[in-house]
Design a protein around this ligand. Structure first.
Ligand code: SF4
Length: 226
């Protein structure tokens, strides 16, 4: 992600928290439902779907997973499958060599070390191959209802534009948002920001003139026309 120009004075913590409250309210009204768009049946299948979603759209993942999960359902299925067979099934999601290897190794570790169950702790999840904090937090929130701040490209970009963070590093953004968003809303807030990023605050051409957050958005490069 390219750094974005921002020359305004730093806000106080109170100002940031107050703005965050207004943003939460706006997003809650606009996106009352917060379900991950990924289609899955079990927590392990969600983990697989989230790994597949790296550098790929949710829509494309949802095209692939019905066939994938018809043939391979459980960690035992994936651990026992030939790598080439997994690669063939997930090829259209991109980076399929690495993804297939990671998913197969995840399945084996989950079988060997977690009795076939997806772990519910962040540190255990991020120890799995191909699983970073973003993937782990998506799984914790969607599969287990354990709140987590998910920093993807939308959350990083929009948090910066809306003045909720001055950091570019995803882990620093995550810890910063943890301070200003109530814990119970962590997962929902991030998912709503992702929806908002796809619809309105896009990377290249944000729809600033029709944006409901325009009045409180401090982004200096707000667009004047659609
Ligand atoms: S005003 Fe523009 S930059 Fe700010 S949140 Fe809205 S769309 Fe994004």
């Amino acid at each position: 992600m390219q750094p974005e120009k921002n020359s305004r004075q730093p806000d106080s913590v109170a100002q940031i928290k107050s703005r965050a409250g207004r943003i939460r309210k706006f997003l809650k009204n606009r996106y009352p439902a917060t379900e991950t768009p990924l289609i899955y049946g079990t927590s392990f299948q969600l983990l697989v779907a989230v790994i597949l979603s790296a550098q790929c759209t949710d829509r494309q993942v949802n095209r692939v997973t019905p066939t994938l999960f018809r043939q391979l359902k459980t960690p035992a299925d994936f651990a026992g499958a030939r790598l080439k067979a997994i690669e063939k099934l997930i090829r259209s999601t991109g980076f399929y060599h690495n993804k297939a290897k990671n998913i197969k190794n995840c399945a084996r570790i989950i079988l060997d070390e977690h009795r076939g169950r997806v772990p519910r702790a962040l540190d255990e999840l991020v120890a799995l191959p191909g699983v970073g904090r973003k993937t782990a937090n998506v799984v914790l929130g969607a599969a287990f209802g354990i709140p987590g701040i998910v920093v993807d490209t939308h959350v990083a970009r929009i948090s910066g534009r809306l003045g909720l963070t001055e950091n570019k590093d995803p882990v620093k953004i995550e810890f910063g948002l943890m301070e200003i968003i109530p814990k119970t809303e962590w997962s929902d807030f991030c998912l709503r920001l992702i929806f908002f990023g796809r619809e309105t605050c896009a990377a290249r051409k944000p729809k600033c003139p029709v944006c409901g957050l325009h009045a409180i958005c401090p982004y200096p490069d707000k667009t004047k026309a659609l």
